[in-house]
Design a binder for this molecule. Sequence first.
Ligand SMILES: [Zn+2]
Length: 456
Amino acid sequence: MINGIVVYIQADIHAGEVEGKEATLMYVRDLLEEKNSGILKNVILLVCPLFNPDGNEKISPLNRTYQNGPVNGVGVRYNGQFLDLNRDAMKAESPEVRGVLNNVFNKWDPAVFMDCHTTDGSYHVEPTTFTWMVNPDGDNSLISYMREKMMPELSKTLSGKYKVENCFYGEFYDMMDPGKGWVLDASEPRYMSNYYGIRNRLGILNENYVYADFKSRVLGCYYLIHSLLDYASVHKAEVKDMLNEVDKKTIKRGTDPAVTDSFAIEYKVRPMTQKVTIRTFEAEPVNDVNGRRNYKKSDRQKDVTVPYYIDYFPTRKVRFPFAYILTTSDPEIIGNLKTHGIKLEKLSADTRIEVQRFEISELKGATRLNQGHYTNTINGSYFSGPKDFPAGTIVVRTAQPLANLAAYLLEPESNDGLVVWNFFDRYLVPQWGMGYNPYPVYKVLNNTDIKSKPIM
Ligand SMILES: [Zn+2]
């Protein structure tokens, strides 16, 4: 029985963004040298200092030349398969991501996960920035906890106790007019910190400021890790209780979903209530080589207090179901669900079940490849009726802790699900004739007596 709170810190997912690689090792070294560390009594710390070793092997001073050190160069963004691992959390096509899902998330179920990066964006003074998981299909009470309590406190500890200037991560909508606001524009769970929120756990994205010198970036990240572990140690009971409650609430919803229980398939961003202060620099317009209007940083430092666009809220929702029923047993689809740790069952007997089916009216692949995929956009309508399913058909009940993740992967209109990433492609179009096959995942909306047994 684990008594401590499990915290997992991961670095170098983009192997050109290297502060975390140094800072995690420094932190572990110092922690182990400390006598009677309170941290070790309360926290089980898991660290992966180098998540993308193949990218790291390509170290060269020619990579990320705009980054302010280290002088001997850094690795590259992609892994050995030319994949961006921080877009792979849902499709899980890389051994690195499958490894962290199986061996860390499923096995240890960390309460908190932090992913360490380096910024590419706006100009500011603060060497260290961070933010939290934002996808609105994660449990909202956890997002609020991060926004209202844990993240402001981390920021205060980092600046007060450890003397590191910091701000929440974002970019200006318009560097020439910072007043328009500061935004976090990555909301999908393909990003690992957002993915972690969909698992109903706490995800943190650390981004160290690319133009700060290497030492300041490493120390900023190092003290952010200190601040995080200080927080986790002091608040371990509070966080563990909260996550337990959320799991219970999620399971309860899945046993008998209400009409109001929903899954957001479209969302927008609005500012959170509190404005944020960013210690930026005035920018000057320049024309780049292609004649496009661009800007460059001036030396005139200026503090701005602006809206922070981070509150993602649903604009279109569908019913959250009691279960999903899959009429395909495609090993890649089933393998993906299993890798995420989702519990699958099989119908014990032939069964007639009242379901909702999704009829496709339009299916379009993107014209440009993204991570090796012509990602799909799908349109269609839902129809209800009884359907016969043979014994052995796969059932995914939503009365399980990873229900939000299961929905995100299986909902036909999900913006980061298995439809998007082409897992269902061969089943959607008939071999002969026009039109589309029904999407081979059926939704059971209401509590239904289904006899099934777990798949091991
Ligand atoms: Zn990155």
